[in-house]
Structures are given as C-alpha cells and as structure tokens.
Design a protein around this ligand. Structure first.
Ligand SMILES: Cc1cc2nc3c(=O)[nH]c(=O)nc-3n(C[C@H](O)[C@H](O)[C@H](O)COP(=O)(O)O)c2cc1C
Length: 330
C-alpha cells in the first residue's frame, strides 16, 4: 500500500504538478490535500512507541515536525493524520497580509535535488480570523503556532492570543522575505529584551526559529539570550536567502536538499556549543530517510520538513520514520 501511494504520487508530481505553472500547482496541490481524506488511512503513519520524543516537555509520538507553511484549518487537520509527531501552522501576524504578488514561488533544480524558492511574504488571514478558525481544531498531534511581528508588542500580543490554542509557540524571526522579520537578527539586543519578556509570560514553551543566514549572531547572541530568558528550544532553521529574478521581489528563501549540508553543520556546531541545555529542531532539506537519521544521530531533538512533502509526497513522514526505526535497531 505504501509503495503504491508513493508510486502514484510520483506520477502525479512528475506528470502534472511539476509541469504546471507554480501558482496553479500550489492551488491544485492544496485543493487535493483538502479534498482527499488521506488522514483517515493508516498507511501514512508508522506508530511505534520506540519512536516517541518530546519537545519542551510536550510528548510527541515521533520526532518529525511538519514545518510552518499552511494556515488553512482543513489542511492542518489532514496533516495531523499524515504521520508527523507535530504540525506547525503558518506564521501569523497581527493584521491580515496579502503576501507578495506573484510570482512568489519558483521551482529550483539543484545538484542535490528539487527544491523551491519563495517570497511568500507572510500571506495570512491575521490573528483574529486564524484564532476563530483553529478554535475547536482537535489536536490529534501537538500543534505549534508560529508568530511574527515588527515590534516586541506584536510578538507578545500574538503569543497571548494564540498560545492558548497551540501546544508550543514558535517565534519566527527568520523569514527572509519581509524585512520586518529578517531584520530581527540584525538587532540582537532588542531581540534579547523581547525573548526575556516573552519567556517570562508565555504559558506554553517557546521556540525561536533561526535563520541559517546569521549563524554567527545566532550562536554568539541569540541562543545565549534565549537560554537566559528561559527559552530552551530553537528551530534551526528557516530558508536561505538567495537572489532569483523570476520572483516578484528579486530575492526569496531557498528550501529543499541544497540547504541540507548547512542544516547538519548548524546543528553540529550548536549542539557542541550548547550541549543538552538546548532542544534543537533541525529543519532544512530533509527529503530522504538518511537525512533524518543523520540529524537525529547528531543530536537533533526533532526534525522539521516541508519541501520534501511536496517533492516526495504525503508518504514522507512514514518513509523517514521507517528509516529512523531501522537505523535505531541496527
Ligand atoms: C512556500 C513556503 C512558505 C513558507 N512559510 C513559512 C512561514 O510562514 N513561516 C516559517 O517560519 N517558515 C516558512 N517557510 C519555511 C519552512 O517552514 C522551512 O523552514 C523551510 O522551507 C526549510 O525546510 P525544507 O527544506 O524542509 O522546506 C516556508 C517555506 C516555503 C517553501
């Protein structure tokens, strides 16, 4: 069954999704995710107590996390049944944002395999509507809510509004597509003050999502500040900023296997420097079991992924977990 679904998805991806203009492929992919009750099929999940993990004290059935990308509650509900140990909702801002104009997503063929470059620009319905929509969403697996803003007050207000509806709260300070968020890594002193205020008030564990473009400042200033503020989880990380003239902004964030070596290197350095004081979600470029295995071996608390879900299909979590389980029993 698992092989059949993987084969069918490959035909669908190679034959249709990868040939349509990106915007139409996204619309079709999301429509199918909403329409098909894939979450009701056991074939997508691998349930085994040996895979269990925990993040900020929240128990996870396994260490795979669906990274921030979707806010549509119907899609979040489906994703919660597709084998991930936790699901992250797309970053939400205080007010609705239309995002950057199209083209805001392009496929990239890299030597490492297929990836994406996006300048989505936080297209989202704003906190009020999102809050209404996810109220009542059953947490079949833990839900991580993701927030971003221009000021410390934005983050605190968003945390107050959304923390009660999530199991953990992720502070996105790292999306390269809007200066408002990306600029936080250039203002570490202000960020430190924000993390201290948030760490003291958030009722749920906080995660700081880091940019792979600011390794020095992350490790010299941001992570120490997070730890001092009592924030013990980092997600390392977001997309890598690159130029791409096909996009409306001329630049965007690269995701997919090309960024995997940096994900591994960032994890290794961070684990060596901060030891067990820190929980690390390693995100970026995971599209095959050996990559998830390598990150967990190097001390990742959990592994995040998104682009691999598009390029490899909805069997991704199960495939990765089969690899993790096999590697652990060797
Ligand atoms: C189209 C698109 C939209 C994304 N939106 C968000 C977002 O709203 N918030 C966020 O923190 N990361 C966002 N990301 C980044 C992913 O969550 C993830 O960190 C990144 O893609 C690297 O992982 P991957 O190589 O497995 O995709 C987005 C990525 C893509 C491709």
């Amino acid at each position: 069954m698992a092989d059949t679904i993987t084969g069918l998805y490959r035909l669908f991806y190679d034959g249709i999704l990868s040939r349509l203009p990106e915007a139409r492929a996204v619309a079709l992919g999301q429509a199918m995710l909403r329409a098909l009750p894939l979450d009701r099929l056991g074939a997508f999940r691998l349930e085994d107590p040996r895979l269990s993990a925990s993040l900020g004290g929240v128990p996870l059935a396994n260490p795979l996390i669906f990274a921030a990308m979707y806010y549509d509650v119907r899609i979040l509900r489906r994703l919660m049944g597709l084998g991930f140990g936790a699901v992250t909702a797309k970053t939400i801002t205080r007010h609705p944002r239309p995002g950057h104009p199209e083209p805001n997503l392009a496929r990239v063929r890299t030597p490492a395999g297929p990836g994406l470059v996006n300048c989505n620009g936080f297209q989202n319905p704003g906190v009020e509507r999102f809050r209404r929509e996810i109220t009542g969403l059953p947490h079949r697996v833990p839900l991580i809510v993701s927030v971003a803003g221009e000021t410390a007050e934005d983050y605190l207000a968003l945390t107050e509004a959304l923390a009660p509806l999530g199991d953990l709260v992720e502070f996105n300070i790292s999306s390269p597509n809007t200066t408002l968020v990306y600029a936080w890594s250039r203002r570490p002193a202000e960020l430190t003050a924000l993390l201290k205020a948030a760490g003291a008030t958030s009722p749920k564990p906080l995660i700081v999502k880091l940019s792979p473009d600011f390794a020095d400042v992350n490790e010299a200033e941001i992570i120490p500040a997070a730890l001092e503020a009592g924030v013990r989880i980092v997600n390392y990380g977001n997309t890598r900023r690159i130029e791409d003239r096909r996009l409306s902004q001329g630049t965007g964030g690269l995701s997919g296997p090309e960024i995997f070596p940096a994900t591994l290197a960032n994890l290794r350095r961070t684990r060596a420097r901060f030891g067990d004081a820190l929980e690390i979600i390693a995100t970026g470029g995971v599209d095959a079991p050996d990559k998830a295995v390598a990150l967990l071996r190097e001390g990742a608390t959990a592994v995040g992924c998104f682009t691999g879900f598009i390029t490899r299909g909805p069997m991704l979590a199960r495939r990765l977990l089969e690899g993790v389980r096999a590697a652990r029993s060797r």
